[in-house]
Design a protein around this ligand. Structure first.
Ligand code: ATP
Length: 355
């Protein structure tokens, strides 16, 4: 069964200089029990996507187009009141920062019990407390500390408490936004394993948002690679990281440190994602791409399908292992428009310095 079906979603933010297209024409689905990873550099629209799905966009943000079908019901058509019943009970979110997500004036127990009583009005106090105990055990927290306030917890414990809260109502879909970024490597590993175990027990689906490709490799079945508000590539984890067809995926998997490997030979994708207020007309990655041609700068790429992957690159069908090997070489990434522009700028600064 399809739990979530996002179709042609556009989310804008009103800014002083005009509307910024944070999510632009994004379509994907998540099946029951499936884990989908969303990866991409900072600012590519991952958190906005999650906030639109659970219905907590800030005032400046709005859905401009598209649908978000949850178990067949389009959430974008519902009123604020109707949507509330989905929040936490059916769709929950493990936010980036547990400190911001937890209420400082209530104990952890009070917050979890409150959530249970709001969404399951028939649940008695004793039963709610049993759920707190069970969730604390599952996330590896000492339940004696349930009556403490968030500030009395360490960062790792707060993150675990947040996970306990997000999973207490056994939601069908959990949106995990950088669930372990604030934690050290050992803790990250434990927490990821823990989330996986709990999730299997309650058979929920999960959308894992991260910039760390090793987290996705470890926890997800499929992955969506986002770039500048759009999907660059989508498909099963093994294929995406084994034989990708989009140059951005190739760069991304070598450009960011990951929690698995200590000795990493990282490469750099020169430049930055484009402004989302006035994005370029062709492929948004063209300026930073070693394969880019005039066509890429002018025409927006359509989806190409290879080996179960959906890749938005004009040259996806021509990409082979030869190119994948070249993309592993940092020198390949020194030959892009962005890299050349940065070199020219540096040379200019040096010349000025010599004058
Ligand atoms: N409240 C806001 N008002 C205006 N623009 C915003 C707002 N929140 C986010 N944006 C912009 O929307 C774009 C997408 O941001 P978003 O936080 O969704 O990206 P992200 O991929 O989750 O990044 P990160 O990993 O840093 O959280 C960015 O350009 C960001 O500047």
């Amino acid at each position: 069964m399809t739990v979530l079906n996002v179709s042609d979603l556009e989310v804008y933010y009103e800014t002083e200089t005009g509307p910024a297209q944070a999510v632009d024409g994004v379509s994907f689905s998540i099946e029951e029990g499936e884990n989908l990873g969303i990866v991409g550099e900072s600012g590519c629209g991952k958190t906005t996507l999650a906030k639109a799905i659970i219905g907590i966009l800030p005032d400046a943000g709005y859905i401009n187009n598209g649908s978000i079908e949850f178990k067949g019901e389009d959430l974008t058509e519902l009123s604020e009141k109707q949507r509330r019943r989905y929040k936490w009970e059916e769709i929950s979110m493990i936010a980036q920062s547990a400190m911001n997500a937890l209420d400082p004036v209530y104990t952890i127990r009070e917050q979890i019990v409150e959530a249970i009583e709001t969404h399951r009005p028939g649940t008695g106090r004793v039963e709610a407390n049993e759920i707190v105990q069970e969730m604390f055990e599952l996330v590896g927290l000492d339940q004696k500390r349930a009556d403490e306030y968030p500030h009395q917890f360490s960062g790792g414990m707060r993150q675990r408490a947040m996970i306990a809260m997000a999973l207490a109502l056994e939601p069908s879909l959990v949106l995990a936004d950088e669930p372990t970024t604030a934690l050290d490597v050992i803790m990250q590993d434990q927490i990821l394993k823990r989330i996986g175990q709990i999730q299997k027990e309650i058979n929920s689906s999960m959308m894992v948002i991260t910039h760390d490709v090793s987290v996705v490799a470890e926890t997800c079945d499929r992955v969506v690679v986002m770039y500048a508000g759009q999907i660059a590539e989508e498909g099963p984890v093994e294929e995406i990281f084994g034989k990708p067809y989009h140059p951005y995926t190739m760069g991304l998997k070598r450009a960011f440190p990951n929690i698995r490997e200590s000795d990493q030979n990282l490469l750099s994708i020169s430049g930055y994602p484009p402004e989302l207020i006035d994005p370029p007309s062709g492929c948004r990655f063209a300026e930073r791409c070693p394969l880019a041609t005039e066509k890429c700068r002018e025409i927006e790429p359509e989806a190409h399908y290879n080996n179960g992957l959906r890749s938005y690159c004009h040259y996806a069908d021509a990409i082979d292992d030869g190119f994948r090997a070249r993309a592993d070489d940092p020198a390949t990434w020194a030959d892009t428009e962005a890299a050349r522009a940065i070199r020219t700028m540096k040379e200019g600064t040096m010349m000025e310095g010599n004058d």
